[in-house]
Design a protein. Structure first.
Length: 338
């Protein structure tokens, strides 16, 4: 039997991480916009769009070249799971881009990206993972991230376009995302805290994304829309604060684990780590605005600059890896050491 086609091999090895790079960069754009750094936000948005377009074009070409063999190869162990994770991460990345465009004032483009993300979302969401009930890495939270990404974009557009139906749809997605997080947490391999090479940070990233969705739902309310009554607002406030606190606790625990169990080896999955750092800072900034907590604003901005530093390191390693031709997940060695 012939081996996997180049498209399948590329998708299984690089697609989730490539989508995480778009996620991290797009999230930085949203966070920098909230922090008031408009020029830097636009630069990050351009980079995120370029990465998203390159990712989409490259995979489409490889998929077309694979032809009818694609369906057969996805039946191989692990391939379908990788494809599903990549598709869900792509949905989340598309939603993040839409949120960034909405913040930049391009509501029509944000609506188009929302429609695209919604169309892509259902199929990978319902696909049953392979491997039974075995413990899984951080990518197990991809379903939650895709769903909460749609909730964030829906709530953002509801506020921008004064569309109450969109806010209520985003609220449904918000609660569904929380259910999906709990289901994912049950299957998450806790050993990843000490052994994971980057994507284990998504356990906290999904929480931060959920907190951001809650904050956007609160901010979407206004005298014109009157989306939530007092009880609804109290519940949303409480849940959002709890989610942010949990995200910060998870951030602290995972950061401490990095020092207790150092993992100096470079890995493309570190883009998921950068995404979590950026999302936690962005969530803190959004909650500060939604609940009018001034001290949280400075704290969120500090976390955001940590994410910017992490993004620069990840980008430098990615460029070095591309030049050297090193396969994903392996350290880039100098020629002298070879």
């Amino acid at each position: 039997m012939p081996g996997p086609s180049p498209s399948v091999a590329w998708w299984a090895q690089r697609a989730p991480a490539a989508s995480a790079a778009v996620l991290a960069t797009g999230t930085l754009s949203v966070g920098l916009e909230l922090a008031g750094y408009e020029v830097l936000s636009r630069i990050a948005l351009v980079l995120a769009c370029a990465a998203w377009l390159m990712f989409a074009a490259d995979f489409t070409l490889r998929l077309l070249r694979a032809g009818t063999r694609w369906r057969a190869y996805t039946r191989r162990p692990g391939v379908l799971e990788s494809v599903t994770t990549a598709a869900l991460t792509t949905v989340a990345a598309t939603a993040v881009l839409g949120t960034a465009f909405s913040a930049a004032g391009s509501q029509a483009l944000a609506v188009m990206l929302l429609v695209l993300a919604v169309l892509l979302w259902p199929v990978p969401l319902v696909l049953v993972p392979q491997g039974g009930e075995r413990r899984r890495p951080g990518t197990v939270f991809a379903r939650c991230m895709a769903t909460q990404g749609l909730a964030v974009l829906g709530a953002t557009l509801a506020a921008a376009e004064s569309a109450d139906w969109l806010a209520h749809a985003a609220l449904v997605l918000f609660w569904l995302g929380l259910v999906l997080y709990v289901l994912a947490l049950v299957r998450f391999d806790v050993r990843q805290v000490s052994e994971g090479t980057g994507d284990h940070w998504l356990a906290g990233g999904a929480l931060a994304l959920s907190a951001l969705a809650g904050a956007r739902l609160i901010s979407a309310d206004s005298a014109r829309l009157y989306l939530w009554n007092e009880d609804d607002r109290d519940v949303l406030r409480t849940v959002t604060v709890v989610l942010l606190v949990l995200a910060l606790v998870c951030y602290a625990v995972l950061l401490a684990a990095e020092f207790l169990w150092p993992r100096p080896r470079h890995d493309v999955r570190r883009w998921a780590t950068v995404f979590t750092w950026a999302k936690t800072g962005t969530a803190a900034l959004a909650v500060a605005v939604a609940l009018d907590v001034s001290w949280l604003d400075g704290f969120g901005e500090a976390l955001l600059w940590i994410a910017v530093a992490g993004w620069l390191v990840a980008a430098a390693w990615t460029a070095a890896s591309a030049r050297s031709g090193a396969p994903p997940g392996r350290r880039v060695r100098s020629r002298a050491r070879r």
